[in-house]
Each structure stands twice: as structure tokens, then as C-alpha cells.
Design a protein around this ligand. Structure first.
Ligand code: UD1
Length: 418
């Protein structure tokens, strides 16, 4: 298991090109099962979640090959509708495959998914939605078994705007008979991206990005060559790192619109931001001032995937902050690790109360999940002295070349195998 060794206390300066969004690429790869024609996904990030998704596609009988940074999926040979436990546990997004596998084979069997251990993460909304499209679902031995004669469009009201459930239902509905309407749909930019990708294959989907997504079923989908959107969470992580370490950093290939809630907070922190076309420039010269409160919400609210990084920033701000996590139950697992670095944080239920300290100090800390791990890395970059961040396989799930990008900004970070 690899670890990072980090010497903190350096300003970050320079430019970073933002990777393609993990949370767009994963459902798009799942959607490639819906066609017999080749699908090319451009500039795919080299992260383990993507590699695991490609392995799962291989297990379904699809062929996948890399051409530079692009992946070409040919699903014409797909012949298996079962995703075994070992693979499903590696990747929560394996559950997105339910919709496309059922659409393709009229049956699917998948082990309960894995992914970050950040709370209960049930899949009831995915299953209720699929049932409304005519799928019969039984559960046995930790497997979800799905079967249908055909898929038929219907109206589906989600109890909460789940990203995964919205995407899964879209995937099942694109080739269903008739019209499907998803109400209280999630509005994340990655959902609009999935819509655009599906439409590039010949689907008829509209409304993504609003609370109502309408899918008119079509009989056949073709291939596509598609560039998904930029990774707003990677971009946010670099912005927060610059705010925390002090710096002059320019991100390119990013859509600032998708980061409004974070940019608003960073301005409150006292950072200077400039946005031009696909670039965001951040300058942070003084100790940041605290933001009073941060509340995670479905998009366009503050993203839960930036909560840990934002809490790390609050640790060194002048003043106190309250961070409320409204989406996942156990997303404060990184807090005891930050405390080892001298952070002053108290967690009560779903709220973290942070009293800013002048400086964090280097320590040996353990990454327990993807975003919590990224938060520890940026805390270590801002801390005085040396740190070790252990178990960085979690970070490798979502950040491509994290240490190279940070080094190019002047950070002192190196990966060591143990
Ligand atoms: C996706 C993202 C993840 C992000 C999350 C919230 C991907 C691959 N992952 O995860 O990075 O943190 O959105 O923005 O895109 N829920 C239910 N029942 C369900 C489904 C969800 O109760 O069937 C609840 C969850 O417990 C959670 C909330 O809905 O409280 C949001 O979850 P959801 O939007 O589904 O997150 P994911 O799709 O798993």
C-alpha cells in the first residue's frame, strides 16, 4: 500500500489542467452497454474507479481498449448479465450498470455495491425506479436479481434527488417503450452530461439539470465519440489547496458555473478569484478568514464531495466555522486524523464545529476514504513540518496524477510504496 510523504508550508504557484469528471465518465461507461456500436470516451482520467469499471465491462463480455487517454468500448460481444461480488465491491458505480444491463438483456444480477465507506448508501430509490419501469426484483445472498419481459416508460417520483438513482433510471429508460418522467431528479452537472452523451447516441432525453427529466424511449442507440465535462471536485480540491497553502494558481479546462457554491465560500474566505472562459485563477496571500457555515446540499448547493477539503481549510482560518453534512452519515472519519495535526474540531451528529488555529503541524495520518484522503493531503501541504498520509489507494480512486500535479505547483510530495 502506497503512502505520501509531504513536507508542508510551501506556497502553490502555477497552472493545472483539470481532469475529465470521474462522476461523468463512470455512468457514461455504464451506458456504453446500451449499443452494439463502438463508444469512445475521450480524455478519461487514470484512476482506479475507471479501471474497475472497465474490468466490470470486460466481465460482461464487452471489449475495452485504451488509445492514449481515450477508451474505446465495443459492447457488441456482451454476453453476461451478472456482476460478481468481488468486482461490485470495488466500485459503488457498478450499480449504475443495472439500468443498462437490464435494458440490454432483460435481466441482471449484481452484488450489492461497494465504494467509499461514508454512510449507509442504500439503493432503494434505484430499485423502486426500476420496478416502475416493469422490472421484477428479488434479493438473495447479497445479490440483486432483476428480470423483465420488456421495459415500459412510467412516471417516477424520487423521494430524494439521488444522483445514482436518476442516472440508473435514465439508462434503463432510454430504450424502454414509451415515455419516462423522473420527478425530483438530481440536478448535478454530471446528469446533464449523461443526457448529452445519450442524445449523442440517438436517445431522446431532455430536462437534465432541472428537477424533471423526460426520456422518450427509442429502439436503437448508435455509437459515439464523446468528451465528458471537467471534474468540478478535482478543481475544487485544487482551489481549496491554494486557499489553504497560499498561492497563485490557475486551473484550466474547467466550468466555473458548476463550482459557484465553492467560489462563493472562497470569496468569503478572502481569496481573490478571476474567471475567464474555461479558466479559474485564485490568489490567496493572507491567512483566510473563516466562513460561518457550510452546509452540504444536492446541486447547486455545496457539494458533499468537497466537504472534507473545506473543513480542512476552516481548520487554519481566522475564526470559527460550522460544517453540516446533510447527505452522508459518516463523512467525518477524517476528523480524528486532522486532530493529529493540531486541528481543533468537535463533531456532534452531522455537524463539525471548527475553531481555526494559526498553523497545523505535520503528522502521520490515515486516509479512510477518497475525499477525506484528499483533505488530509492538502492539510499536510499547509502544515508546518513533515507528514505521512497512509493508505492512499482511496485517493487513487478519484485523482489522476495527484502528486504530479501538486509537485508542478511547487508542493513537496512524494509517493512511497510500503
Ligand atoms: C453520487 C456521486 C458521489 C456524491 C453523491 C452526492 C457518483 C459516482 N458518485 O453518489 O461522488 O458524493 O452523488 O452528490 O456520481 N439515497 C437513498 N436511497 C438511494 C440512493 C440514495 O436514500 O437509493 C440517499 C443517500 O443515502 C444519500 C443521498 O441519497 O443520503 C444522496 O445519494 P446519491 O445522490 O444517490 O449519491 P450517489 O449516486 O451514491
Amino acid at each position: 500500500m502506497d503512502k505520501y510523504i509531504i513536507s508542508g508550508g510551501r506556497r502553490l504557484e502555477g497552472g493545472v489542467r483539470i481532469q475529465t469528471a470521474k462522476n461523468s465518465v463512470l455512468p457514461i461507461l455504464a451506458a456504453s452497454v446500451l449499443t452494439d456500436e463502438p463508444v469512445t470516451v475521450l480524455n478519461v482520467p487514470d484512476i482506479t474507479d475507471v479501471r474497475n469499471m472497465v474490468r466490470i465491462l470486460g466481465c460482461l463480455g464487452c471489449s475495452a481498449r485504451y488509445s492514449g487517454n481515450d477508451i474505446i468500448i465495443d459492447s457488441s460481444s456482451a454476453d453476461n448479465c451478472e456482476i460478481p461480488r468481488a468486482l461490485a465491491h470495488e466500485l459503488r458505480s457498478s450499480v449504475f450498470l443495472l439500468g443498462s444491463v437490464i435494458s440490454r438483456f432483460c435481466k441482471a444480477k449484481i452484488a450489492y455495491p461497494g465504494g467509499c465507506d461514508i454512510g449507509l448508501r442504500p439503493v432503494d430509490l434505484h430499485l423502486t425506479g426500476l420496478k416502475r419501469l416493469g422490472v421484477e426484483i428479488t434479493e438473495s445472498n447479497g445479490y440483486i436479481n432483476c428480470v423483465c419481459d420488456k421495459l415500459a416508460g412510467n412516471e417516477i417520483m424520487l423521494d430524494c434527488p439521488s444522483v445514482g438513482a436518476t442516472e440508473n433510471i435514465m439508462l434503463a429508460a432510454v430504450k424502454a417503450e414509451g415515455v419516462t418522467t423522473i420527478k425530483n431528479a438530481a440536478r448535478e452537472p454530471e446528469i446533464e452530461d449523461l443526457q448529452n452523451f445519450l442524445n449523442s447516441m440517438g436517445a431522446k432525453v431532455r430536462g437534465a439539470g432541472t428537477g424533471t427529466v423526460v426520456i422518450e424511449g427509442v429502439q436503437k442507440l448508435g455509437g459515439s465519440v464523446y468528451q465528458p465535462i471537467a471534474d468540478r471536485i478535482e478543481a475544487g480540491t485544487f482551489l481549496i489547496a491554494a486557499a489553504m497553502c497560499g498561492g497563485d494558481v490557475e486551473l484550466s479546462g474547467v466550468n466555473a458555473e458548476n463550482l459557484s457554491s465553492l467560489l462563493h465560500k472562497l470569496r468569503e474566505n478572502g481569496c481573490k478569484l478571476r474567471i475567464k472562459n474555461d479558466k479559474i485563477y485564485i490568489k490567496s496571500d493572507k491567512r483566510p478568514v473563516s466562513v460561518k457555515s457550510v452546509e452540504t446540499q444536492p446541486y447547486p448547493g455545496f457539494p458533499t464531495d468537497l466537504q472534507a477539503q473545506m473543513t480542512a481549510l476552516c481548520c487554519v482560518c481566522a475564526g470559527n466555522s460550522i460544517i453540516a453534512e446533510n447527505l452522508f452519515e459518516t463523512r467525518f472519519k477524517y476528523v480524528p486524523e486532522l486532530r493529529k495535526m493540531g486541528a481543533d474540531i468537535t463533531v456532534i451528529d452531522r455537524c463539525a464545529f471548527v475553531r481555526g488555529v494559526e498553523k497545523l503541524k505535520g503528522a502521520a495520518v490515515v486516509a479512510h476514504d477518497l475525499r477525506g484522503g484528499a483533505a488530509l493531503v492538502i492539510a499536510a501541504l499547509a502544515a508546518e513540518g513533515d507528514s505521512e498520509v497512509l493508505d492512499i489507494s482511496h485517493i487513487d480512486r478519484g485523482y489522476s496524477g495527484f502528486e504530479y500535479k501538486l509537485s508542478s505547483l511547487g508542493a513537496k510530495i512524494k509517493r512511497v510504496g510500503i
